[in-house]
Design a binder for this molecule. Sequence first.
Ligand code: C2O
Ligand code: CU
Ligand code: CU
Length: 433
Amino acid sequence: RIEDGRRVFDLTAAPGVHEFRPGIATDTIGINTTFLGPLLAARAGDRLRMNVTNGIGEPMTLHWHGLHLPAAADGGPHQEIAPGAVWSPEFDLMQKAGTFWFHGHQHEKTGAHVWAGMAGVLRVTDDEEAALPLPRTYGEDDFTLVLQDRRFDANGQMPYAMNMHDRMAGMQGDVMLVNGQTSPVLAVDAPLIRLRILNGANGTFYGLHFADNRTFHQIASDGGLLTAPVPMQGTILSPGERGEYLVDVSDGAAAMLRAETFGAEVAMMGTTGTPDVMEIRPRSARPAPTLPARLADVPPPPDATGEDRRFDLAMTGMGMMGDFTINGRRFDHSRIDFTVPLGATETWTWTNTTPMLHPMHIHDVQFRILSRNGQPPAPQETGLKDTVLIRPQETVALRLSFADYADPIHPYMYHCHILEHEDAGMMGQFTVV
Ligand code: C2O
Ligand code: CU
Ligand code: CU
């Protein structure tokens, strides 16, 4: 709905009952529906107004993951919405075309709220993307997939009940969901299709590939298009990350998308399975258009003008109670960890001394990856990112620019996007002033 030149979205989070499997009713939280939320669509440059109603009966927040916006509009743990209240942030959509998302971010409840279904996708378009010969007809050749996994009990419920292992590795399930559905089949007429995939899991990494190992192309990372399509036969999507992929189904043969699943402790425990995710079933064979050789102009990372900051990811007490720290500290809601001067371009270097994987996410910015263990990033990691996988013993350097929005009071978050790590305190906060 457009109102006074603003694009207005009315979002109500409320308890729901969802049928993940026929005839089995599961209690959930949905946003305007019974599980997850509507696909929001907007154009870069739009002024957005979000009317978020809390109908879940306990405090919640709703965070716009990946968006550059004022801290007070961010929807992190400091923008709590009381039960029954409406929160109405308004901000300019200052993004490139891409696939963004939103999810609950209540202090120490992010894992529980997202597990229950409090998340959705925001699809952003712009002129640059619209000028490219890419599939973009929603529901015909352009599909948005939220990948998650859940664990159901004997009553068909999915209680957020963590055991020791879940606390350490993050919540994982044995049932794969795509947009809240099990074993979907996607029948298509188009020979070339675009999949916008969000890893919306609490703690599961997905090693995406096709059963026949066909080559597909990644065209966008978290914050927008890459410079050119990147051919691949498989890729890892960490919790919180998005990727857009082109899949050629011109031969008319069914293509089974699969995910090798694993948790943060993969180095010790190995992978947990290789479930089918979704079958793509072309109705006919027909020639596919050729892929554009170039996509977007992604300039090289900007030069640093400000601080070099170091972030040491560590674990104490075997991580048994989720004792994960950043620079030796757990999250403290009332402590601002540091302040960034408005306009600065900084280098943030992350070192992981734990034996686990941590996908680190930073609010407010789309950053660039400078290096992994001193090596340049892989082609699919050269674009705009807001979440980056940091493996055990890795050192990853990022370049980030903090522009436009200063606020001495309201902080932005940085945290591990394994939601159980975040809720256990693997998070910090900074202000931009
Ligand atoms: Cu996707 Cu701080 O979150
Ligand atoms: Cu975020
Ligand atoms: Cu982590």
